[in-house]
Design a protein around this ligand. Structure first.
Ligand code: ZN
Length: 227
């Protein structure tokens, strides 16, 4: 088991470093204005328009790092600091969320798979803690409950891995368009890319963390059944 704990500590450190790096990079690139007088909202509207996506609205939402694309109602939701601010960070985030809208419009397969997993994962997330708890209590007499719990947890792990190509692709679309549309050039494109890479690392670490937890539950079950 000690290897598992070292793995957990490693993942916790990675997670902290990734979060801090993301915060620092966004703080830094939020201070860097674009050469053009465009807010995040303007950048998003232009990217959607340039790509012929005319059925998606750009709206603002409260909070920080709450930016997301909602495929259910076709909205790109930008946090206040992204929506109304002219900066390299705002442009990068706005273009990334539009990258998801483009994936949706173009029928990008990993996004479809991710959307199909959403109801399964929301069911799994609701029950996983209780089933695992019951599974650990009943492990000696009724180990199948633990297997069901592990199955539910595995769905959430799978989801966090399917999220990775979706996020990387949205950022790739964002950077390519920012450069080709002349929103960012040279160093500013590199900074936009750097900010989006930092965001991607947090998804990678989240997926690794989920995998480590899954392995931990499997080891518990295998350890008990060997006794
Ligand atoms: Zn994203």
């Amino acid at each position: 088991m000690s290897i598992v704990y070292i793995l957990f500590i490693g993942v916790a450190i990675l997670s902290f470093v990734a979060q801090q790096s993301l915060k620092n990079k966004f703080a830094k690139y939020s201070q860097e204005p674009l050469d053009l007088p465009l807010t995040g909202r303007d950048v998003a509207a232009k990217m959607l328009h340039d790509n012929g996506v005319n059925n998606v609205q750009v709206t603002s939402v409260n909070g920080q790092l709450t930016d997301h694309y909602n495929p259910a109602n076709g909205t790109v939701n930008l946090s206040d600091v992204v929506f109304s601010v002219n900066s390299v960070a705002s442009a990068a985030v706005a273009a990334h969320e539009c990258g998801h809208a483009l994936q949706h419009a173009r029928g990008y397969a990993p996004l479809k798979l991710r959307s199909q997993l959403v109801p399964v994962v929301s069911f799994a997330s609701t029950w996983v803690t209780w089933v695992l708890l019951a599974g650990i209590m009943l492990i000696e007499i009724f180990p199948v409950v633990m297997w069901v719990g592990i199955g539910l947890f595995a769905m959430t792990t799978l989801f966090s891995f399917v999220t990775l190509p979706v996020e990387v692709d949205a950022s790739r679309r964002a950077v390519a368009w920012l450069e080709s549309a002349g929103i960012t050039q040279g160093e500013k494109t590199q900074h936009a890319k750097d900010a989006l890479h930092a965001a991607a690392y947090t998804y990678v670490v989240a997926a690794l963390s989920s995998l480590a937890t899954l392995v931990y539950y499997i080891l518990i079950l295998m350890g008990r059944s060997r006794d």
